[in-house]
Structure formats: C-alpha cells, structure tokens
Design a protein around this ligand. Structure first.
Ligand SMILES: Nc1ncnc2c1ncn2[C@@H]1O[C@H](C[S@+](CC[C@H]([NH3+])C(=O)[O-])CC(=O)[O-])[C@@H](O)[C@H]1O
Length: 327
C-alpha cells in the first residue's frame, strides 16, 4: 500500500473514534483498502511521489477564517519558493481556491471564496459541529468550515487529482481535523450523524437527484442542517430543465430545477425549514482561466453575442443556495 495514502486514511480513521461518526469505521477502512488496491490510475502514484518532495516548512501563521492562507513569503527562501511552485504546478488544473502558501498565490479557475461569502451568512454557526462536504473538490470550502470553528471536517470526492491537491495544501497545515476521503456519495453508508452537510455544485451531476438528496439526508442527524447549492433555472414548481448532451460544455449535467421545484423535492423528502439563501448568476470574475488553470473557462462556454445564454442556447449558469433541516 502507498505509505502516504495509508497515513492520510489512518489519520481519518483515528479522528472518528469516540465521535458520533464512529460507525463509519464499519465500511471506511475496507473502502480505502479497495481504493488503494484497484481504484487508482497510473498517475496516482506519480502524484504521490511528487507530494513527498514538498519541503517541510514552518508557517508563521495560518488564516482560515477570511481566506485560506498558510504562512508568509518570508518563512521560506527563494529556492524553496521555486521548488514548491514547480511541484504545485504539476497538480494543475487547479479549479477551486484560491490558496496562499508562503506567499505563493494559487489563483484557481474559481473564486470559491465568492461562493463561501454568499453561503456563510445564512447557515447555523459551525462552531463545534461535525461537518461533511459532499463533492468537496480540492477542499477550499473545507478549510473555511474549519476556520468557522467546526470540530471536524470531512470531504468526499471521487476525483483523485482533487485529493492530491487537498493533500498538497494539508502538507503545510497538517495538524488540523480535516480529512478527504476518495468516495462518491453513493458509496457512503447512511451515517445519520453529521451536524451539517454541504453539497455545493453536485446535484446537477447526479442522474437521480431524488436518490442523491435522500443520501444527503441520511448523512445528517435529526435536526442537522443541509446546505445545498446547485444550478437552477427560472420557473415555477413544475419547471425542470434537462439539457442535451452538454450544458455550458459540461457533459454530465442532468437536472436543473427551478428554486420552487427544488423546494418541493426537499419537502417531499421530509426536510423542514427550507429557505432560499441566495440566487446568483455566475460572473466572469468568479470563473475564469488563470495561470493555474489554462484551458477554457466560462467565457468560452457562453454565447459570445448574448452572455445570458450558454453556447448551446440554454440560460447561462445561475446558482441557488437552499438551506433545509432534517426533521
Ligand atoms: N458521486 C459523487 N459524489 C461526490 N462528489 C462527486 C460525485 N460526482 C462528482 N463529484 C464531485 O463534485 C464536484 C463538483 S464541483 C463543486 C466543487 C465544490 N463543492 C464547489 O462548490 O466549489 C462543480 C463542478 O465542477 O461543476 C467535483 O469535484 C466532482 O469530482
């Protein structure tokens, strides 16, 4: 077994002991062994070897409450700065961020901080809560959850490169109760134990959105809070858009409900206290190509003559945040 991955997973297992999440240990160790033995593609071990080359540093401080900032430029010399930058660039494309590591600014495709700023005023205080982030990407929001006082933060995402990016950041701030598990939501046993579950930017990727919402519900304890962010369209409770093969050039997009339709879905599944926190049209400032993600981005996915439409002629991406409670 890859030693580094073993260490990451064992640290996650240990963190579960004595918490309401302890019964996750019934399935998780076996799933991680399976991941280790067959789930990987060729690049995984190469990425792990590169991670091992990241130098040990002593950050002068961290800030996870207003940004994800670890250390300052003056903590390292210019050779180390070049070494870290070169290694981190091997893990491109960096989509979710931004991060600042010893003054190295990883300017990601998405300004994920914009989303966090829209969400955080509307949610229950995360202080002392156990939190799950479903579809966490590189983990940007997980660090912000930690910065808001969460007792433990768990992120699941099946994309291996995102786990590597997460571990690259955690390398510089290892002593934090924040863990990435390479799982899809459909692999999760019902834990019925998290105080807060976030799922941002995932629902539209799921072929069966009702099963997905039910899976999210069964990660929450009774009285726990769901924060759901997804693409929506204008319309009444009977409006749901199923695009053709592509939506804004993305292939795996299935259902874009209206806010009212989504609210009805949550009601039918037994969620209560459902509220709309925010609706926002994604701007070209929030999603764009950068030095750390050099391929096409939102600008290329919109109709150049009418930015209110995608290149396929659908309404341009508009995202809603809904908050709901498990009864
Ligand atoms: N079955 C699945 N289970 C869990 N995660 C999945 C699954 N399928 C895909 N993903 C993951 O969901 C994330 C969606 S991105 C949102 C990131 C962050 N939350 C954000 O709000 O910025 C949005 C986008 O790229 O469209 C990706 O990281 C996938 O690997």
């Amino acid at each position: 077994m890859n030693n580094q991955a073993q260490r990451w997973f064992e640290s996650a297992f240990r963190s579960l002991l004595g918490t309401p999440l302890a019964h996750w240990l019934e399935t998780l160790p076996q799933q991680m062994r399976t991941f280790e033995s067959q789930g990987k593609h060729g690049e995984f071990d190469k990425w792990c070897r590169m991670l091992e080359k990241l130098p040990q540093t002593t950050p002068s401080g961290v800030n996870f409450s207003d940004a994800v900032t670890i250390g300052e430029a003056r903590d390292i010399d210019s050779y180390t700065e070049k070494q870290i930058t070169g290694l981190l660039k091997q893990f491109m494309p960096w989509r979710k961020g931004p991060y600042s590591l010893h003054g190295i600014d990883i300017d990601t495709e998405w300004r994920s901080d914009f989303k966090w700023d829209r969400v955080v005023p509307h949610i229950s205080d995360l202080a002392d809560r156990l939190v799950l982030d479903v579809g966490c990407g590189s983990g940007y929001h997980m660090w912000r959850m930690l910065g808001s006082g969460a007792r433990g933060v768990y992120g699941i995402d099946p994309t291996q490169l995102f786990m590597i990016q997460f571990q690259a950041i955690k390398h510089f701030a290892p002593d934090n109760n924040i863990h990435f598990l390479p799982l899809g939501i459909e692999q999760m046993q019902p834990l019925n134990a998290f105080d807060t579950v976030f799922s941002m930017g995932v629902l539209y990727h799921r072929k069966d959105p009702m099963a997905f919402l039910e899976q999210l519900k069964h990660q929450l304890r009774r009285g726990g809070e769901l924060i759901l962010e997804t693409l929506v369209v204008d319309g009444d409770e009977n409006t749901v858009l199923m695009p053709g093969e592509r939506y804004a050039q993305m292939r795996n997009v299935w259902f874009l409900p209206s806010v009212d339709a989504l609210t009805k879905w949550l009601e039918r599944l037994g969620f209560v206290d459902i509220s709309l926190a925010d609706v926002n049209r994604t701007s070209l400032e929030e999603q764009r190509a950068t030095e750390w993600m050099t391929s096409q981005s939102l600008q290329d996915f919109l109709n150049p003559e009418d930015l209110s439409l995608t290149i396929e002629g659908y309404p341009a991406p508009q995202r809603a945040v809904l908050i709901a409670t498990r009864k």
